[in-house]
Design a binder for this molecule. Structure first.
Ligand code: SAH
Length: 279
């Protein structure tokens, strides 16, 4: 998401400090969760409790799981209803993806700088976009997002959330320092089922196509044709693009059915620009 905050140092290997124990994602979870929509709230508490138990406390202070749970409860109050998405958000320690100077803001609903003029997306936008994906016919019948392509890895936060909901995630980033930073974050947290690619995501990523789910974290004038070409039948794409009235950006949701492409518009958003080429 776009913002104009100060630029933090990009130092792979620095430990984010949170007044909390740092509960990482545990590797080796087999397959995507058997998701259901609109499950009772109790499951969210269970997810947070499990996350808290998953790793022994490290460092000083309180556990971060309750802070994440509070964020997730705010997302729920703001209208996110898809229980698997809320559970995945409850599991991923967002403070591990931001610079140590910004850790105190990690569970606010705000975008934060990750260096190179890029930002980690607002949690509410991450949740809402993944909810759109989940509400697609394919994901509903399957119970998970299947094969996912993410354009714009950034620091890897959204890829980690997606990994809880997918059979696998291919995430493409054009800026090599961010690609490497994300790889560091995901390895440290042992996030499973994620393949990071340093490339121009405007071309999608043909070697692993087609995808059941495509999500972009950067917006251009319109959707690159490669994304639509690489969307499987029954698949759904969610991406920001220029608003039809020319002012700002809006989420575009595309479903590929046996008959062809079906397009609808979602809410207004504000993402960093989709750029071509790699650096
Ligand atoms: N997914 C991130 C958000 C990253 S911000 C999160 O979890 O919060 C958007 C990212 O898209 C930036 O890192 C930017 O470099 C990247 N980006 C922009 N154009 C791109 C392109 N053509 N291919 C791949 N990545 C691109």
């Amino acid at each position: 998401m776009a913002s104009k905050p100060p630029k933090p140092a990009l130092v792979p290997g620095r430990a984010a400090r949170f007044p909390a124990s740092l509960d990482g994602l545990q590797g080796g979870r087999a397959g995507p969760p058997q998701a259901q929509l609109l499950r009772p709230q109790r499951h969210l508490h269970e997810a947070a409790r499990d996350a808290a138990r998953a790793t022994p406390p490290r460092g000083l202070g309180l556990d971060s799981a309750p802070v994440r749970l509070a964020l997730v409860q705010r997302l729920r109050a703001d209208g996110v209803r898809c229980e698997p998405v809320l559970q995945a958000m409850a599991r991923v320690p967002r403070h591990e993806f931001v610079d140590s100077a910004l850790v105190a803001q990690a569970y606010e609903d705000t975008s934060l700088p990750i260096g190179l003029q890029q930002t980690i997306s607002k949690p509410s936008v991450v949740a809402r976009m993944i909810e759109w994906l989940y509400l697609g016919e394919g994901a509903r019948s399957r119970g998970h997002l299947g094969r996912v392509l993410e354009i714009g890895t950034g620091c890897g936060y959204q890829a980690a959330v997606l990994a809880h909901l997918a059979t696998h995630v291919v995430s493409v980033e054009r800026l090599e320092p961010l690609h490497r930073l994300a790889a560091h974050h995901l390895a440290r947290l042992e996030v499973p089922r994620c393949r990071l690619v340093h490339a121009d995501g405007m071309r999608g990523h043909a070697p692993h196509a087609p995808y059941d789910t495509i999500i972009a974290a950067a917006g251009g004038d319109d959707l690159p044709p490669a994304w639509l070409d690489q969307l499987a039948v029954g698949g759904r794409l969610v991406a920001p693009a220029r608003h039809p009235d020319g002012r700002g950006q809006i989420l575009v949701i595309v479903d590929r059915t046996a008959e062809g492409l079906r397009r609808q518009l979602g809410e207004a958003v504000q993402f960093v620009p989709l750029k071509s080429g790699t650096c």
